[in-house]
Design a protein around this ligand. Sequence first.
Ligand code: PLP
Length: 442
Amino acid sequence: MTPTAASLTNETAAARARAVIPGGVNSPVRAFGSVGGTPLSIVAAEGATVTDVTGREYVDLVASWGPALLGHAHPRVVEAVREAATRGLSFGASTPGETELAELVADRLDLHGVRGLERLRLVSTGTEATMTAIRLARGATGRDVIIKFAGHYHGHSDGLLAESGSGVATLGLPGSAGVPAPVAGLTLVLPYNDRDAVRDAFAAHPGRIAAIIAEGAGANAGVLAPEAGFNDFLVRTARENGALFILDEVLTGFRVHPAGWWGLERERGARYVPDLYTFGKVIGGGMPLAGLGGRAELMEMLAPLGPVYQAGTLSGNPLAVAAGIETLRLSDAAVYAHVDSASARVASALTEALAAAGVAHTLSFAGSLFSVAFRDAPVRDYADAKDQDAWRYGPFFHAMLQHGVSLPPSVFEAWFLTAAHDDAALSRIEEALPYAARAAAS
Ligand code: PLP
């Protein structure tokens, strides 16, 4: 087991980390910047819980920021990784597992006779997936400009950081230093759910827009779900103007529905099929794995068949692929039904606790994903998400932590339930919420 020396505290662990790691973290949101206090230093995670260096256990609603759909360290996923490791850690060559995973994904996106995806290329991170999708869209259309939406996060590649969600939103940044102005200038950032803004952008840049990229449902500035018909509108408008539509399912893919946000929206009557999808998180079951996929004719513009280059020493790593295959195999209808109902139960306890404490709030939903915003009115776009009493989240977050529940350390993140959140875990969350709601009220 992982050592938890009695003398170790989260404070000493963080101080030691800060001496050798910038800010003590390898991804900014982990630093607790917007909630204050000392980040937890985690030594183990199992099922619905994580354990910090002091040995204290918390019910976890971060789920590694989404991948842990089955809960942490599902024994069969761990066994699949262990078994793969006995055969070698990385080959730098094709493996049967990669093909099997691509088939599993293609099968899931084969919905009621509509083949959503014909080819899948595996990479290691969501950032690589969206970066490659953009390059492919540019290569296919011969155009340079892309449209993204304010508050949507697509990873940290240069062109996609403008008015981005996730850590960029948490830290209140407009974008990032170090992005050359000519690169940033190729990204048009539009308000989400605003059809006129999209029409106007195409009118203002005729023949220059390669693609629209959108999160399935935004979940990085709190949950920003598309209004009914918005994604259909985006695909139609892109097609009418010779541009492509990239659906970023890194966070929503295989989490909100077996076929991701696209599958969930099709069940609700949407008719669009994206040109390209990007995946991450659940597809690797907690290991570094991501992918991009779409129609054969488009995907086959990637090297070695086509002129658009992309590569990776560890792409399709056999341990990560083994975790991904086992995770997708185990994620059956019962898993999705459980995550849906666990989510609904926590959301309703949350709103009840906040209402009882007299705290103005609104919950936003996208399937089983939800987030809270401390304002009365619903959240439709990033401007709405920022227009709230965000300061209430710090005391709320820390009261939950004191009562043994680990939330995402930012109000701009979704809460992640898993198949491992059983009645005992959900009850602990329900018991903690009234304390946190009272802390948010004061
Ligand atoms: N796209 C979306 C929608 C995401 O939520 C994220 C990460 O949170 C990414 C892309 C980037 O993925 P990664 O952190 O694996 O680079």
